[in-house]
Design a protein around this ligand. Structure first.
Ligand code: C2E
Ligand code: CA
Ligand code: CA
Ligand code: CA
Length: 277
């Protein structure tokens, strides 16, 4: 009985510590969002096969004074669970607007668009569309300069509601990309049901593009996308051979470390000037 009690106790303590750590980080994140500190956006170029600038994706970074760098996969999931993703998400939209404004003043126009990640939690909020558009209006940014990247995994609930909102967003001139395509369980039905402009082929396909099965799948995905008049972006491109293979299949837009890593706004500005068409 005694030894069993010990084991349980050790187990509980471990759990508690993990939960405490999570709670602590969650509350630090909450503070960072509320006090507008430690968080910043980085921009990763989207390019053509020659490496010339087409657009960009904005990604959130958090370097906490207390716990240091926290991976986005970790803190975004926390923010989704706690609901603070809504505030963080709109904060990102405002930052993008400020940067677009600044870049324009300094002579840089992004040929295509800057894409902002939006999770299902955000999209289903009652006033999401109105609030999003109001921010663009406030900064006098045209919706045609902005794209929304939707991650398919979280979308499952209330598909009809999502379709309605995506249609409303597209009516303003904003475009919609389906992120991480091929990793969820309902990829094809999303492709059928959601109003979309862009398909992003997930990194896990691009990684193994030299393998027969993956390349047949990628080729088919690109063909389907084109039949549906969707642009295709290959993400996580790290090797020149991957660019070649995908370009031959008809993929025209690339994103990945082979071309450029995500950069702070000023560094991105310089990169974009240097790699303009
Ligand atoms: P994602 O939307 O799929 O973003 C692409 C991720 O791949 C980014 O990770 C990016 O840094 C990374 N990446 C880009 N090129 C390469 C490459 O060549 N090789 C490899 N190995 N990785 C590459 P990151 O920045 O860590 O973000 C992780 C995820 O967190 C994102 O995945 C996105 O789902 C989420 N996220 C980031 N920022 C935001 C945000 O502001 N809002 C929301 N809702 N989600 C965000
Ligand atoms: Ca994305
Ligand atoms: Ca992605
Ligand atoms: Ca992802």
């Amino acid at each position: 009985k005694h030894s069993r009690g010990d084991t349980l106790e050790v187990f509980d303590v471990t759990l508690l510590e993990e939960n405490n750590r999570k709670r602590a980080i969650e509350s630090l994140l909450h503070q960072a969002i509320e006090q507008d500190k430690e968080l910043f956006p980085v921009y990763q170029p989207k390019v053509d096969a020659q490496g010339r600038l087409i657009g960009a994706e904005v990604l959130c970074r958090w370097i906490s004074a207390e716990v240091g760098f926290v991976p986005p996969d970790e803190f975004i999931a926390m923010a989704e669970n706690s609901g603070s993703i809504n505030k963080l998400g709109f904060w990102m939209v405002r930052k993008v607007c400020e940067h677009l404004h600044d870049w324009q003043k300094r002579g840089l126009t992004i040929p295509s668009r800057v894409a902002i990640n939006v999770s299902a939690v955000q999209l289903v909020q009652k006033d999401f569309v109105e609030d999003f558009i109001a921010i663009l209006d406030h900064y006098e940014i045209s919706p045609a300069q902005v794209e929304i990247e939707l991650t398919e995994s979280g979308l499952l609930t209330n598909i009809d509601g999502c379709i309605e909102k995506l249609n409303a967003l597209r009516e303003t001139g904003l475009t919609i990309a389906l992120d991480d395509f091929g990793t969820g369980y309902s990829s094809l039905s999303y492709l059928k049901d959601l109003p979309l402009d862009v398909l992003k082929i997930d990194r896990s396909f691009v990684n193994v593009i030299e393998e027969k099965k993956a390349s047949e799948l990628a080729r088919s995905i690109i063909t389907i996308a084109h039949h549906m008049s969707l642009d295709v972006v290959a993400e996580g491109v790290e090797e020149p051979s991957q660019v070649n293979t995908l370009a031959h299949m008809g993929c025209a837009i690339f994103q990945g470390y082979h071309f450029a890593k995500p950069m702070k706004a000023d560094e991105f500005y310089q990169w974009a000037i240097d790699n303009a068409k």
